[in-house]
Unconditional design. Sequence first.
Length: 391
Amino acid sequence: MASEPPIYIRLLEERLQPIQVNTPSAKTPVSRPAQTHLYLIEGALGEIQHFAGTTADWIIRVAHYICSPLAAGRIYTHTTHTAEYWYGREKDNTWREVSPADQLLPGIYEFDTGGDSLITLSQLSQSKSQSSRTSSASKPSSANFRKQLERRDRGCVVTHWMGQGSFVASHLVPKRLGTEGAKSVVRAFVGDTAADTIDIFHPMLGVSLALHLGKGVSMFRLGFYHISDNTYVVHNFDPESPNLNYFGIPTTFLPGPPLHGYQVTLQSADPGVALPPPGLFSWHYLQCVAKRFATKDYKSYTNVYFHVFPFKTDDDDDTDDMSGSEDGNDSEPPYPTYHFDQYLARQARLLDLNERAEGIALWSANVASTGDGVQGFRQSDSGVWESKDSD
């Protein structure tokens, strides 16, 4: 079978300026092979379409996230020949500017500032760290972070489950980046004013999520693609677990609305606790895209990764369990439903064991026989999950 045609995002190497990092991790620029372009994103057409759909809007947004989150820029693509032909060539007058509604086609997409301004690449975060978690000294701040998110979100923002221990306070900007790293992210994707007022435990940097979803966010396997205002579409970037329900559980284990493509609208139950601005979700979404599609050249660019502040800790790296998680660690779960099973175990300790067992048995039987076991949804005759309020 012939391979699918590729999609690339690139920019002119001469437009880049070095990433300035005033930390112990700042590296001396290394010599790079002479080349005209720096290729940033690469992927097969079908894989990109899984997230982008049929239009070029996704390409334009991702290119801006990498090259110019808050400033102007344009995207161009070729109208003749193939990506292979243009890979080592500069664009010419046969290239055209790309609009969001244009059809997504295979080929090369080049970001251009449209002027003489230089580009600083957006920095990346490693998907997990073995040595960076919440220190004992920061536990009061972490606890306050959890409480503020609980007041604002009143449960998982995707599933709307509210039970104690059923959701975690998930950090869109990993705690291991520290306050300076968080300020850098906010400055680049939101603005200077917002950056001046935050620290790593500011509620604007987090969101409440079910256990599996929180783990997916912390590992950059789950991202929120901004649609409008406070509305997002959830994208699952994990190629090894593509069929998850909106709890983050494999659909073979628990039927339910598909996670990928699920639409979420954020609301604050406490006006005094700010929701994350779209720019923060966009930065986190870029981390997911980069983990799946970033080129080696982008990932090896000097100082492209944030400095990580290592220190010993007791609790989870990028999620804070609302009820004091007993399995707070960064290791991979021993089997796919491990964290869900841990959640059920904690719930059993909170409720009468016999009552809990009976309830789970009845609920499970209802799911298997009617497809009606997920709160607020039912499965139609055609197999599509729909809201029970749609009648």
